[in-house]
Design a protein around this ligand. Structure first.
Ligand code: AP5
Length: 220
C-alpha cells in the first residue's frame, strides 16, 4: 500500500506510522526523521534544515522534495510506503503526484488524523525521544519510560526536541493550518482522504486506522 499520513504536529503520526508500517509491511518514511538524522550527522542539509525547523517553519521545497524522492526510490519502498510528514504543502503534493505518475503508480489513501489543539499541545510538551533512534518515542504522562530519561527499548538518553518549545509549537500549528491543511482538499478531489479520530488509547487509534484502510485483518 502507498499511504500518506497527515495531521497536526503531535496528532500521533509518528506513533501510528511505526505501528501501521509494521502491520502493512511497508517502510515508514518520515521527512522529519530524515532531517533530524542529517542534523545529528551535521551534514549541509542538516545545517540548512535546522534553521527552519527550530523556528517551526517548513524546510524549502526544493531540498525536501529531492530528499523524499531519493528515499522513496530505495529498494525497500518498491512495493509500498507510508509517508509521514510529506507532502506538507500543495507544491509538494503536486511534486509527489508527478513522481508517482512517472513511476506509473498511485496512492491508495491519505489518512487524516484529527485531534484537538489543546490535546496536541499537551502531547508535544510531554514528548521525549531517544537519542539513538527517533522511532523510540515516549511521553512523560501518556507513555512513561520505566526509568526517567532512559529509553525502555535500547537504554539511550531521552531528550526533548528543540522544536517542541511552546512558542515553536504555536508556529508549527499555524504553518499546519495555512500550508498543510490545504492538501486535504487537494486529495479529497482525488477521493483519497480517510479521516479518523486520533483521540484515545494508541491501540484504539491503530485499529481505527486499519479499519478505515479496510485492513482489519492486519491487526493481529
Ligand atoms: P515532523 O517531525 O514531521 O513533526 P510534526 O509533523 O510537527 O509532527 P510531530 O513529530 O511533532 O508529531 P506526530 O504527529 O508525529 O506525533 P507523535 O507520534 O510523535 O516535522 C518537524 C519539522 O521538520 C517541521 O516543522 C519542518 O520544519 C520539517 N519538515 C518535516 N517534513 C517537512 C516537509 N515535508 N516539508 C518541509 N519541512 C518539513 O506523538 C506526539 C506525542 O504524543 C508522543 O509523546 C506520543 O507518545 C504521544 N501520543 C501519540 N499518540 C497518543 C495517543 N493516542 N494518546 C496519548 N498520547 C499519544
Amino acid at each position: 500500500m502507498r499511504i500518506v499520513l497527515v495531521g497536526p504536529p503531535g496528532a500521533g503520526k509518528g506513533t501510528q506510522a511505526t505501528r501501521l508500517a509494521e502491520k502493512l509491511r511497508v517502510p515508514h518514511i518520515s521527512t522529519g526523521d530524515l532531517f533530524r538524522a542529517n542534523i545529528s550527522q551535521q551534514t549541509e542539509l542538516g545545517k540548512l534544515a535546522k534553521s527552519y525547523m527550530d523556528a517551526g517553519n517548513l524546510v524549502p521545497d526544493e531540498v525536501t522534495i529531492a530528499m523524499a524522492k531519493d528515499r522513496m526510490e530505495q529498494a525497500d519502498a518498491e512495493n509500498g510506503f507510508l509517508l509521514d510528514g510529506f507532502p506538507r504543502n500543495v507544491s509538494q503534493a503536486e511534486a509527489l503526484d508527478e513522481l508517482l505518475k512517472t513511476e506509473g503508480i498511485k496512492l491508495d489513501a491519505v489518512l487524516d488524523l484529527e485531534a484537538p489543539e489543546e490535546e496536541v499541545v499537551k502531547r508535544i510538551a510531554g514528548r521525549r525521544i531517544c537519542r539513538n533512534d527517533s522511532a523510540h518515542v515516549f511521553h512523560v504522562s501518556y507513555k512513561k519510560p520505566a526509568k526517567e530519561g532512559v529509553c525502555d527499548v535500547c537504554g539511550g538518553e531521552l531528550y526533548q526536541r528543540d522544536d517542541d518549545s511552546e512558542a515553536t509549537v504555536r508556529t508549527r500549528l499555524e504553518v499546519y493550518h495555512t500550508q498543510t491543511e490545504p492538501i486535504i482538499d487537494y486529495y479529497k478531489v482525488q477521493g483519497l482522504v480517510v479521516t479518523i479520530e486520533a483521540m484515545g488509547p494508541v491501540d484504539e487509534v491503530t485499529q481505527r486506522a486499519l479499519k478505515a484502510l479496510k485492513r482489519e485483518d492486519d491487526d493481529k
